[in-house]
Ligand binder design. Structure first.
Ligand SMILES: Cc1cc2nc3c(=O)[nH]c(=O)nc-3n(C[C@H](O)[C@H](O)[C@H](O)COP(=O)(O)O)c2cc1C
Length: 261
């Protein structure tokens, strides 16, 4: 098992079924960020080791409760205990391994690749009355049909990042090619009711609903995680509506109409 402390700010477990080793793979990253990640999973022991709680390993494994995994995990903890790596509190010692594989693309290469990705445009909304908020995203994506889940990514510096978490709910309104003014109001007006001056907005339980959106998808937030500059928001769909129209498509830094080929 390898806990991976990425410089994206996430904690993941690699090789959860390999009980022959236990270490913590660490991307190069600012010391403060690394210490925050370490605090989420255990305590530092000198420069080269951590103390990990078995409960943390069980939580991030994604396999706790499966009989085969439980047997392998119990054998690993028992082996570590005999080797003297488990302390009086039951915490296991694990080595910190620097990650040598750091080849990544530049920001320009990333942007060029992402400009090649056509995507729908959605107005994400949350709140009621004077406390409404909204933002434009092209990152809305389908996740799962059973249970019904969608997700999108919000920049942690965006004015919607905090209201989304406080309300715990949102509406994803998928824009048609007639919603240019709705989009520009969202992009140019200050956060709040001013962003809803254009378009047919009606109050909804999860946030403002755009009456003639291609689809309005009303969700409760069920999972979030910060990944690099953005926070992933996953919503369980409580209610949805659909209207036939042509989509607005974002591609190569501009908006387009869809044309049949
Ligand atoms: C077509 C388009 C797609 C966008 N997609 C996203 C997105 O997926 N996530 C995101 O955080 N911001 C996205 N943005 C930027 C936001 O709409 C917004 O402008 C930015 O987060 C600043 O928001 P604020 O003024 O409310 O703080 C997109 C902007 C455009 C024009």
């Amino acid at each position: 098992m390898r806990i991976y402390l990425t410089n994206a700010g996430a904690v993941t477990l690699l090789e959860p079924l390999d009980f022959k080793r236990l270490d913590v793979l660490v991307d190069p990253q600012p010391a403060e960020q690394l210490e925050r990640l370490i605090a989420r999973i255990g305590q530092r022991e000198g420069n080269e080791h951590l103390r990990l709680s078995p409960a943390v390993l069980r939580f991030i494994s994604g396999h706790a409760g499966e009989p085969d995994w439980e047997n392998g995990f119990a054998a690993m903890i028992s082996y570590a205990s005999q080797a003297g790596w488990v302390d009086a509190q039951g915490n296991v010692r694990a080595h910190l391994t620097p990650n040598e594989n750091q080849a990544v693309v530049s920001e320009d290469e990333f942007k060029a690749a992402m400009r090649s990705l056509p995507a729908g445009v959605s107005a994400i909304t949350t709140g009621i009355g004077e406390a409404v908020g909204g933002m434009i995203v092209s990152s809305l994506t389908s996740i799962s049909a059973e249970p019904p889940l969608v997700g999108f990514f919000v920049n942690v510096t965006c004015s919607m990042a905090a209201p989304l978490l406080e309300n715990g709910r949102f509406v994803a309104n998928i824009l048609s090619d007639t919603h240019g003014t709705v989009m520009s109001a969202f992009l140019t007006e200050k956060q709040g009711p001013d962003r809803f001056k254009r378009g047919q907005w009606v109050e909804g339980q999860h946030g403002p609903v755009l009456a003639d959106a291609l689809s309005s998808i009303e969700c409760d937030i069920v999972n979030t995680e910060v990944l690099g500059t953005h926070r992933m928001i996953v919503g369980k769909i409580r209610k949805s509506s659909v209207h036939a129209a042509n989509p607005m498509v974002h591609f190569n830094s501009g908006t387009h109409r869809l044309e049949a080929v």
